[in-house]
Design a protein. Structure first.
Length: 327
C-alpha cells in the first residue's frame, strides 16, 4: 500500500493543518509505504518571499518529524529535489481540461482575492496530480479543502489510462471523521488558513499557551449557551466541538453530554487546555529538531534519493506510452 500527501512550506502551520494533515500522516504511515512531500513548487503559485520559502521548508520538515513521521519508515522529501514532479505536471497538463481547472473552487476564490493571478495558480492542481500519480499512490490523507483536487487527480489518471494504456493507480482520499475542515475562530464560516482570515482566529501549532488561551477565550460563539453540534445554526460552537474531538479523541456526543448545562465559558477553557497539552510535547520536539538544520538537510537528502527511485519508473512509463523517444 502506497501513501502520499503534500504540505506547502508557506506560512505557519495551524491546528487545521494538524487535523487534516499532520495527525493523519502519522496515522496512515503505519498502513504501508509512506511518501510525505514538502511541496515548495506549489508555494510559488502566489506571490512569495524567497527567504521565507527557504526557512519555511526546514520549518515544515521539522514539524513533520515532530508530529510523528518516522524517517526510518517513511520518505519525507522536498518536491523540487525530485525533478520528476515538474516533468509529470507538464505531461499531465495535456490530459487536463482547461474548463475543469477553471471550475476549481480554490482557484476561483483566489482569483477573487489576488491582484496578480499567475498561470501557475491555474495549473496548480495538475502539479498536485503528478505528485500523487508518480508514486502509484493508493491513499491520500488530506483535509476537506483538497477533496475537489483529488477528484480531478482521479479524472486525469483515468483519462491518461484510457488514452495511453493502464499506467496509473486511481488514488482514494482519506479524510478525518471530524475536523476535516477546521474553521477560523473569529469567522466560523471561513476555513482556518495559513494565508487568509483573522490571525486572532488562527491557532498556530507554535503559539504560546497564553496566546492559545486568549484566542479560545475570544472565539466567536453563537447566541444561546448550549454546547450543541449544529453546523448550520451554530457554526461557532460546532467548530469548537469539532476541535475538541481532534484534541481529546472523544466523540461529538460525548462532548455534548459532558458540557450539558455548563455554558460556553468552561467549555472554551477546557479546549484551550486540551490544545496546550496536545501541542506542548510537539513544540518541544520541534524546537530540538529545528535547531539542527544539518540533520534535517541530511534526512531530506535521503528522502529525495528514495523518492527519485520510486518515481522514476512511472515517469519513464509516461514518456514511453506518450510516444516520446528516449535519449
Ligand atoms: P492554508 O489554506 O491554511 O494556507 P493550505 O490548505 O493551502 O493551507 P497546506 O498547508 O499544504 O495548504 O495543507 C496541508 C494539509 O492541511 C492539507 O491536507 C489540507 O487539506 C489540510 N488543511 C489545511 N487547512 C485545514 C483546515 N482548516 N482544516 C482541516 N485541514 C486543513
Ligand atoms: N494542494 C495541497 C498540497 C498538495 C498535496 C499534494 C496534497 C500538493 N500536492 C499531493 C496531497 C497530495 C494543499 O494546498 N493543501
Amino acid at each position: 500500500m502506497r501513501i502520499f500527501s503534500g504540505i506547502q512550506p508557506s506560512g505557519d502551520p495551524h491546528i487545521g493543518n494538524f487535523s487534516g494533515g499532520f495527525r493523519q500522516y502519522a496515522q496512515t504511515q503505519e498502513r504501508g509505504e509512506g511518501f510525505f512531500c514538502i511541496v515548495d513548487l506549489h508555494a510559488i503559485t502566489i506571490t512569495h518571499d524567497p527567504a521565507a520559502l527557504r526557512d519555511g521548508t526546514l520549518d515544515i520538515a521539522a514539524m513533520l518529524f515532530a508530529t510523528g513521521l518516522d524517517p526510518g519508515r517513511s520518505t519525507v522529501f522536498v518536491q523540487s529535489h525530485v525533478t520528476a514532479h515538474a516533468e509529470a505536471a507538464w505531461l499531465l497538463s495535456s490530459v487536463t481540461g482547461h474548463g475543469q481547472l477553471g471550475r476549481m473552487t480554490q482557484f476561483k476564490e483566489r482569483v477573487a482575492e489576488e491582484e496578480f493571478v499567475s498561470a501557475a495558480l491555474f495549473t496548480y492542481p495538475v502539479l498536485m496530480a503528478g505528485d500523487i500519480l508518480l508514486y502509484r499512490t493508493d491513499i491520500v490523507p488530506i483535509g476537506e479543502d483538497q477533496r475537489q483536487h483529488l477528484e480531478l487527480t482521479r479524472d486525469i489518471a483515468q483519462r491518461f489510462n484510457t488514452r495511453y494504456g493502464e499506467t496509473f493507480v486511481i488514488p482514494e482520499g482519506v479524510f478525518p471523521e471530524t475536523g476535516g475542515r477546521v474553521m477560523n475562530l473569529q469567522e466560523p464560516t471561513l476555513k482556518m488558513s495559513k494565508s487568509r482570515g483573522a490571525e486572532s482566529g488562527t491557532v498556530l501549532m507554535l503559539d504560546s499557551p497564553d496566546t492559545i488561551r486568549k484566542k479560545l477565550k475570544t472565539a466567536v460563539t453563537d447566541s444561546g449557551s448550549e454546547v450543541r453540534y449544529d453546523p448550520d445554526e451554530k457554526p461557532g460552537i460546532s467548530n469548537l466541538i469539532e476541535l475538541m474531538t481532534v484534541v481529546t479523541g472523544k466523540s461529538i456526543q460525548e462532548i455534548e453530554a459532558t458540557y450539558e448545562g455548563t455554558g460556553y465559558g468552561r467549555f472554551k477553557e477546557d479546549i484551550a487546555e486540551g490544545i496546550i497539552e496536545l501541542l506542548e510535547p510537539i513544540k518541544a520536539r520541534y524546537n530540538e529538531l529545528r535547531a539542527d538544520a544539518a540533520e534535517l538537510d541530511r534526512l531530506l537528502a535521503l528522502g529525495a534519493e528514495k523518492a527519485r527511485e520510486a518515481s522514476a519508473p512511472t515517469l519513464a512509463r509516461m514518456y514511453e506510452r506518450m510516444g516520446f523517444t528516449r535519449p
